[in-house]
Ligand binder design. Structure first.
Ligand SMILES: *Cc1c(COP(=O)(O)O)cnc(C)c1O
Length: 460
């Protein structure tokens, strides 16, 4: 096993959670019973769980200690004021509303800002964001640069908004035709790819010119800042905190799922600079989430979130975090496993079309690889291909297949060691050696919406 670098993890381990061992034979039975869908596998039967990086972080001793000083008063609890102070210090935003998770903050923002029939422009809206925009009658438009959709293109900021397309959208429908602009940092939907400071600044300048509000979907704001420091000229000597502050200075507010860069298992934030807008957000917050100072969370959760936000902007933490994702990517490349390059902030994406070229798209190659990974070593990944995004055209009855057939290995924060990562890479190397014997799948059950959570398959 090659070491990642001469540095080690910037933490030591105080509490451990044992992993139950299963045999390949047992896993064959489990996955068959689960209809070859890893969402149906109990997590006790998973050895390394890379289903998502959302809400799966390990909290620090300082965060756990914060749970003991939870103030569970209905109104004005001390943990809310701590959180508010932290958010203001880190992002500069004074008006802060906690929510139970990211989509709840999106619900509030879209309720206030989306006008029916009008567009919401962005790099790539995350699926819950898109859902909320559509529910309020809006039209979400993705304007990521074309390099952002090319799996082998090594552009450093594949999450950037295409400025020309942004301007032509604005010219086509006028600023009245646009509800707001939403920049997702990092861009989750194409692999956690970062947005450059230059791009954020330019989008913000154009938005000001046309009086269009700009918001961040800030789920992975710290990971984005780290990429700016490493890849953008002029930022190499700035601290992460300075970069984060500058990023937020260009927008009018943000929604955030704290289940990612908040380093907590549950929580979200809505924040804005405009007092009037914030008042309206609070009115909806009270209806949907709870009183202004707790927003659907316990006081102790607010404290853990406040402390997590201070830890996530530490450079040694980010170096370790992003370094581990890159390390897994490098191991896979060494073994000849095709992945999206460069690796993004929160996971490694395997290109299943290139890995299993003999399996046609109508036989779910990415899902077949997810199944093999579970059987090989008890590793749970997620399919982002035909199972997740394929659909039937209602009129022509023709199946529409997505361009990409991906398997995502999402890496939880501070949970697994490099040895776990190396084991994941070895499992894929072993699968590669027997890949000619891997068979495709066919669907035996599907739900009418969001089918990939509950799909059931049989082996061909
Ligand atoms: C996870 C996520 C959300 C939704 O947040 P939840 O906490 O899961 O509700 C929104 N946007 C992005 C970019 C995300 O990654």
């Amino acid at each position: 096993m090659r070491p990642r670098s001469e540095y080690s993890e910037p933490y030591r381990i105080k509490v451990v959670e044992p992993i139950e061992a299963t045999t390949g034979e047992e896993r064959e039975k489990i996955i068959k019973k689960a209809g070859y869908n890893v969402f149906n596998v109990p997590s006790d039967k998973v050895c390394i769980d890379l289903l998502t990086d959302s809400g799966t972080s390990a909290m620090s001793d300082y965060q756990w200690a914060g749970m003991m000083v939870g103030d569970e008063s209905y109104a004005g609890g001390r943990n809310f004021y701590n959180l508010k102070e932290t958010v203001e210090e880190i992002t500069g935003f004074k008006y802060v509303l906690p929510t139970h998770q990211g989509r709840a903050a999106e619900n509030i923002l879209t309720t206030i800002l989306v006008k029916p029939g009008k567009r919401v422009l962005g790099n790539m809206h995350f699926d819950t964001t898109e859902g909320h925009i559509r529910l309020k009658g809006g039209d979400p438009v993705n304007l990521v640069i074309k390099e952002g959709l090319e799996t082998a293109n090594r552009h450093p900021f594949k999450g950037n908004i295409d400025i020309e397309r942004l301007l032509s959208e604005i010219h086509a429908c006028g600023s009245d035709g646009i509800s707001y602009i939403n920049i997702t940092v990092t861009c989750n939907s194409n692999g956690g790819q970062p947005v450059s400071m230059g791009n954020i600044k330019e989008v913000s300048k154009i938005a000001k010119e046309y009086s269009i509000p700009v918001f961040f979907d800030a789920a992975r704001f710290a990971e984005n800042a780290y990429f700016i420091k490493k890849r953008e000229k002029g930022y190499e000597n700035k601290s992460i905190s300075e970069i984060v502050k500058e990023m937020f200075s260009y927008v009018d507010g943000f929604t955030m799922s704290a289940k990612k860069d908040g380093l907590v298992n549950m929580g979200g934030i809505f924040a804005a600079s405009d007092k009037e807008l914030f008042r309206r957000a609070g009115e909806w917050g009270i209806i949907y989430e709870g009183y202004l100072t707790y927003g659907g969370l316990a006081g102790r959760d607010l404290e853990a979130m406040s402390r997590g936000l201070r830890e996530v902007v530490r450079e040694d933490y980010l170096e370790d975090r992003i370094g581990q994702v890159a390390y897994l990517g490098d191991c896979l490349l060494d073994f000849g496993v095709p992945i999206i390059e460069p690796t993004g902030g929160h996971g490694v994406y395997i290109d299943a079309k290139r890995f299993l070229p003999e399996i046609p798209q109508n036989e779910f190659p990415a899902q077949a690889l997810v199944v093999e990974l579970y059987i090989e070593a008890g590793i749970r990944a997620v399919e982002l291909g035909t199972a997740a995004f394929g659909y039937k055209n209602e009129e022509t009855e023709e199946m529409i297949y997505p361009d990409l057939e991906l398997v995502r290995l999402a890496i939880p924060r501070r949970v697994y060691t490099d040895r776990h990562m190396h084991m994941v890479a070895c499992a894929l190397r072993n699968i590669k050696e027997r890949k000619d014997r891997i068979r495709g799948l066919k669907i035996v059950y599907e739900a009418p919406v969001l089918r990939h959570f509950t799909l059931e398959f049989e082996r061909l």
